[in-house]
Write a protein that binds this ligand. Structure first.
Ligand SMILES: [Zn+2]
Length: 352
């Protein structure tokens, strides 16, 4: 029996417009939506309607004055929040719809209307800080979704996995001293936005609950699988989240124009399986995935497809295959794995 996988998709997400040649364009979602309508995908997913999040919900993460700054761009021609973060007349509304889409996906998963869900929204979110937009992001969709799960749905512990090429500075900072949320990120480093060193492990009561795996260019499927299985998996199983959220950026795809990673569509399915295994073991499979980056449109589409098929259980990467990949990972990756473990070992028995 396939699982019930929800998807958030809505034509209104195209209304956030960026200038010509900006990599974060509506064409990304247009291609994904076409894939969802293809004969082998059509009708397989439960449609989750998005809604417009209000300032109170967005305010669980963002400063009200910053929300006002974005609100004031409504109806105005192109403005810039930072060098590469633009708004168009309908960007504010679209960003509210992205937040509301993720919250509704979380809602559907937690209330068991679906087994898991993927929110295909834009603009993306993980670079957005409490008081500023950055890196193509206006509001931090995933961080707000996590706070929604805690404040509105009464969940206690959330695991956020972020495999986007870039470090999710906004998400990390949202929960830096908060032990209710584990934030685990793999990312190219040093690179935009500059944060995400191994030493950044959280603060105060949140110490050990931020886990950063900064990577030079080059890692592919096997190396990512090894990192996920040797760091994320033990930490997550010990943390026992009530919900797993994923910031799914596909700019680690091997042909992505912005990145230097070598992950294939099959590799994305493997990483998804590791995350699904964690969700199955800890929280009855509850997983809410949100689109972040990914700028090779064909690769983005193919990879979203393999992730969805894995989520629905139409494909199932076996434990044997994951073990094999781990064994075949290039040993250069061991050094960074050990460095990360050294940093967070005092906080996790599973790493001791
Ligand atoms: Zn990215």
């Amino acid at each position: 029996m396939p699982l019930r996988t929800g998807i958030v998709k809505d034509e209104r997400y195209m209304r956030h417009e960026t200038s010509a040649f900006h990599p974060e364009s509506p064409k990304r979602l247009e291609a994904i939506y076409r894939m969802l309508e293809s004969p082998d995908m059509q009708g397989k997913f439960v449609l989750i309607e998005p809604r417009y999040a209000g300032p109170e919900e967005i305010g669980m993460i963002h400063e009200q004055w910053y929300i006002e700054v974005v609100a004031k761009t409504a109806g105005k021609p192109h403005t810039y929040l930072d060098a590469d973060t633009e708004t168009s007349p309908e960007s504010y509304e679209t960003a509210r719809l992205a937040v509301g889409g993720v919250c509704n996906a979380v809602d559907a998963v937690v209330k068991k209307e679906v087994d898991n869900a993927f929110a295909f929204v834009r603009p993306p979110g993980h670079h957005a800080e409490a008081d500023r937009g950055a890196g193509f992001c206006l509001f931090n969709n995933v961080a707000i979704g996590a706070m929604y799960a805690i404040n509105k749905l009464g969940l206690r512990k959330i695991l956020i996995v972020d495999w986007d090429l870039h470090h999710g500075n906004g998400t990390q900072h949202s929960f830096y001293d908060d032990p209710r949320v584990v934030y685990f990120s793999t990312h190219q480093y040093p690179y935009y936005p500059g944060t995400g060193s191994v030493q950044e492990i959280g603060r105060g009561r949140g110490k050990g609950f931020t886990v950063n795996v900064p990577l030079r260019t080059g890692p592919g499927d096997n190396e990512y699988v090894k990192i996920f299985r040797s760091i994320l998996q033990p930490v997550a199983l010990e943390f026992k989240p009530d919900l797993v959220m994923l910031s799914a950026g596909f700019d680690i795809y091997f042909k992505d124009p912005l990145g230097g990673m070598k992950v294939t569509p099959r590799g994305f399915a493997c990483l998804t399986r590791i995350i699904l295994n964690i969700a199955d073991a800890c929280c009855d499979g509850r997983l809410a995935v949100t689109l972040e980056g990914g700028y090779h449109v064909g690769g983005l589409t193919d990879s979203c497809k393999t992730v969805l098929n894995e989520m629905r259980g139409d494909t199932h990467v076996t434990e044997d295959e994951l073990k094999q990949m781990e064994a075949e990972a290039n040993p250069y990756i061991d050094k960074i794995i050990e460095a990360v473990k050294d940093q967070v070992r005092p906080y996790w028995k599973a790493l001791q």
